[in-house]
Design a protein. Structure first.
Length: 310
């Protein structure tokens, strides 16, 4: 019975049939005639019937032998097709990428990288899922996504031994106030001037509260919280109506309301680190290499842009 272990012998028979004699096949393949003859005898035993007849002028295929050669040619065609597919994947002409992001980067940094990626690799199937940090980490671990944008603060690092984290850029923190707030026309403000303000913060013990505490550099200070928002657009809305002020990562201000003002902070300003994470034991594919390079470049350009604007 011919099984998977016989595949090389099947292909060998096709090559012998192509050359017409075992001698010519042996010369072309770098084998001895006896080695080829031995392999073909094994193939005939596996097939349970003769596959070729030997004559002084060469070899002739039996009907069974012709059937084997016909299938061998199909196998060779499939192998060529496989090689073309592998070449396309290696050359980022084919394949897929499933990655993750979080909302503020999904609306600022990531679009620039995706736009370039789409232009250079239009045949790649790209899908992006947007979640909060922990959900992204869970999806990396379960292999639902192969790479993801993540964030951390210096005092709240992602201690994840199974992940490789690439630092893309730092995201500074800005003050956001209502357009009618007394600080709205200021070019900068020191955090110590904000101790008596009411604050709009992120909900669910978000690290931004810690950022406020650390930015004040004032022992025992804790912000007077007027509103806990689930996202930064909601925070902007509450700031706009005068409920409080807020500290917001600069990348979260790519879409800015016209009834709020952004005031840069002076002194030591807290910032979060924007990271690209992937599982440590998995080798990056050519597609992942390409997207990583574009994210690195987009982060450089955005860092330069935000530095000039500040």
């Amino acid at each position: 019975m011919i099984g998977t272990a016989s595949a090389e012998r099947v292909l060998l028979l096709a090559k012998v049939a192509h050359h017409g004699t075992m001698t010519k096949a042996a010369d072309a393949l770098g084998y001895s005639v006896s080695a080829i003859s031995q392999q073909l005898r094994k193939l005939e035993i596996e097939a349970g019937q003769p596959l070729l007849q030997r004559h002084s002028r060469g070899i002739f295929l039996t009907d069974a032998g012709q059937a084997v050669v016909d299938h061998a040619e199909q196998i060779q065609g499939q192998l060529r097709s496989l090689q073309h597919s592998l070449d396309d994947i290696a050359g980022v002409r084919s394949g897929s990428l499933h990655m993750g992001t979080f909302p503020t980067v999904g609306s600022s940094l990531l679009p620039a990288a995706i736009s370039r990626f789409r232009g250079e690799y239009p045949s790649i199937e790209l899908s992006v899922s947007s979640f909060r940090n922990q959900a992204l980490i869970d999806r990396l671990t379960s292999r639902e996504i192969s790479m993801s944008l993540l964030w951390e603060y210096q005092w709240s690092r992602l201690d994840l031994p199974d992940l490789t984290l690439l630092h893309l850029m730092d995201d500074p923190t800005d003050l956001v106030v209502s357009k009618n707030h007394p600080l709205a026309s200021r070019s900068t403000v020191e955090v110590r001037e904000l101790l008596d303000e009411y604050w709009v913060v992120r909900a669910e013990r978000h690290p931004m509260i810690e950022a406020i505490v650390r930015a004040t550099n004032h022992h025992g200070f804790y912000p007077k919280v007027a509103y806990e928002a689930n996202d930064y657009q909601e925070a902007q809305a509450m700031v706009a109506v005068g409920l409080g002020i807020s500290l917001v990562p600069r990348l979260a201000l790519s879409v800015l309301r016209n009834d709020v003002r952004v005031v840069p902070l002076s002194g030591e300003v807290p910032h979060r680190r924007i990271l690209l994470g992937r599982m440590k034991e998995s080798r990056p594919t050519p597609v992942e290499h390409a997207m990583t390079g574009m994210l690195v470049e987009a982060a450089k350009q955005m860092s330069a842009s935000t530095h000039r604007s500040s």
